[in-house]
Ligand binder design. Structure first.
Ligand code: ARG
Length: 296
């Protein structure tokens, strides 16, 4: 299966959380030189590493899987009802390849996974359960990646894609920073593979999986970090899968859906005793909020 272990070293030691959020400089992959990312900008302006300066390297390093030699996208779920998840967004390349998901968290702001390596010019598909329906494509103009991201298995696997134009759909609320709810049944959504090594779905799918205790997540993955959470059934059979990354894990809080996780990685899909790992929104909320200035 695909484990996104990009051996990126973090160039930015400093904790930039909550620091002024600047855009990732748009540099061609060939210009990314090293993870320091201190290459001068064309106009001579120094790149300010705040909402993610180094991850252009990840883009270059990442090979987009030829539609999943791993398990399927949402596995074991069912098609979502029309209009059920207005904030769910598909991310496509200009030639129409759906490679990741995301969630609208502001009119021009899509929360996704850093490892998706979204680039300006790629498209957010909004207001569509069925990706075969034309329209609803809004270009991404800018991507802000978490400064501490260095590969999904290291945590901090979040990015914000800024859209060219605002979208008139209800954005998803985020769980509070204090949220933790092992045992809660969460809903994951996406257009990803429907079985390990299988095919993507043109129609949005969803599935229910329990959020697991950190101790369980750590037992399966000792390098588990506080910016991760994990979810899944011990028996397997239900999971997110390739192509679902970046999409949301949603929970109901006080009768309202909120986003608690961002689909990040796993070993294969839907295997028994093999949870899926998600970026923990509660732990990353401050960054998400600070970095959504101007697009939220
Ligand atoms: N990394 C995958 C992607 O890019 C998501 C994998 C989630 N896997 C899992 N077994 N839950 O789409």
């Amino acid at each position: 299966m695909i484990r996104w272990s990009l051996p990126l070293t973090l160039a930015l030691g400093g904790a930039l959380l909550g620091a002024q959020c600047q855009s990732k400089p748009v540099t061609p992959p060939s210009a990314t030189g090293g993870a320091g990312g201190a290459a001068p900008m064309p106009g001579g302006a120094a790149p300010v590493p705040a909402c993610g300066a180094l991850v252009t390297l990840a883009k270059a390093a990442r090979v987009r899987p030829a539609r999943a030699p791993g398990p399927q996208r949402v596995v074991g779920g069912q098609p979502s009802l029309p209009g059920a998840w207005p904030a769910a967004v598909a991310l496509e390349t200009p030639d129409g390849w759906q490679f990741c998901g995301g969630t609208l968290v502001g009119p021009r702001c899509v929360l996704t996974a850093a490892h998706c390596d979204v680039r300006p010019g790629e498209l957010a598909v909004v207001g569509r359960e069925d990706l075969r329906v034309p329209g609803g494509r809004v270009p991404v103009t800018e991507v802000r990646t978490h400064e501490l991201y260095g590969g999904a298995e290291g945590g901090h696997d979040v990015a914000l894609a800024v859209l060219a134009t605002p979208v008139d759909l209800a954005p998803m609320q985020l769980v509070d920073a204090s949220w933790a709810a092992p045992g809660v049944l969460a809903t994951v959504v996406g257009w990803g593979l429907t079985s390990e090594g299988g095919q993507g779905s043109p129609v949005l799918r969803e599935a229910q999986i329990p959020v697991l205790a950190d101790s369980v997540c750590r037992a399966a993955f000792p390098e588990f970090t506080p910016t991760m959470m994990c979810a899944g059934w011990a028996a397997g059979g239900v999971d997110t899968c390739q192509g679902d990354s970046g999409g949301g894990l949603f929970v109901r809080v006080d009768g309202q859906w909120q986003q608690a996780g961002v689909t990040s990685w796993g070993w294969g899909c839907a295997r028994p005793d093999t949870p899926g790992y998600y970026s923990r929104v509660a732990a990353l909320r401050a960054w998400i909020e600070a970095c959504s200035a101007g697009c939220a």
